[in-house]
Write a protein that binds this ligand. Structure first.
Ligand code: 6PG
Length: 245
């Protein structure tokens, strides 16, 4: 069963809907567990949402919110391709978020397989999990590439076969940019989330969304393998020329 797809023609409405979903998840997590854990999507689409979050808040104390990353490019944080380096000035600097609540992926530790192990340990420690437990994030934000990738799980990647580890190191993709090695949360980790929300925008993404939602789960379309207990929802911002009314 798939979740709900909401299509937007208006960017402001699209991002406001995203903020509402984050705030709702935050409130529910605070009511139930006293804390809110969110996994941020990389890429460019969610950046205006992150700016809204910083500007308007989540309706819960920042001290109760922990931020994690769904994936990261294996570059320094000052590199323009860094997800953390791109998100920090939009969200982490403007908002009074305690530094200890922000968990960037160790993007410069080599070998990358060791960086994956280190982040996996950090995830469990930050979420209070024992070493064999899988953290259950309250909300995971994901994007979608034109090739059907999500996080840094690319079509037919061996990382899609991972059933134990929470974090994998993956080689530079051949179907998406930037073509650099990455760290990514794995399917077991992502699918343990209490809630998953895809935020998708762009002319070449409508087809990828339609194909993903229509497909049986397949490694050809990694986003089709995102199958949390509560089906993922989708917010789709129509391509600019389609917004004209
Ligand atoms: C990354 C992202 C990736 C992204 C999609 C969509 O590090 O590249 O995590 O999965 O979400 O590629 O990217 P855009 O939002 O830039 O279209």
């Amino acid at each position: 069963m798939t979740g709900r797809l909401q299509r937007f023609a208006n960017p402001a409405a699209f991002f406001q809907a995203g903020l509402m979903r984050v705030c709702r998840a935050a409130r529910q997590a605070l009511d139930e567990r006293g804390r809110f854990s969110i996994v941020l999507a990389g890429g460019s689409t969610p950046l205006p949402l992150y700016a809204l979050m910083a500007n308007q808040g989540l309706g819960v104390p920042w001290e109760s919110v922990s931020f994690f990353f769904g994936d990261e490019r294996l570059v320094a944080t000052g590199d323009r391709r860094s997800n953390f380096g791109t998100i920090a000035p939009v969200l982490f600097i403007p908002a009074p978020i305690p530094v200890g609540n922000i968990h960037p992926m160790p993007s410069t530790i080599q070998p990358a397989s060791q960086a994956a192990v280190i982040y996996e340990e950090e995830l469990r420690e930050a979420c209070g999990c024992l070493h064999w437990e899988t953290p259950r994030f309250d909300l995971v934000l994901l994007g979608l590439g034109a090739d059907g990738h999500t996080a840094s799980l690319f079509p037919h990647s061996p990382a899609l076969l991972e059933r134990q580890r929470l974090v994998s190191a993956v080689p530079p993709p051949t179907t998406a940019k930037p073509a650099v090695g990455r760290l990514t949360l794995t399917l077991p980790c992502l699918n343990a989330a209490r809630e998953v929300l895809f935020l998708v925008a762009g002319q070449d993404r409508e087809r990828a969304v339609a194909e993903t939602l229509a497909a049986r789960p397949t490694p050809a379309l990694p986003a089709s393998l995102i199958l949390p207990e509560k089906a993922a929802d989708w917010l789709l911002l129509a391509a600019a020329e389609d917004r004209a009314v």
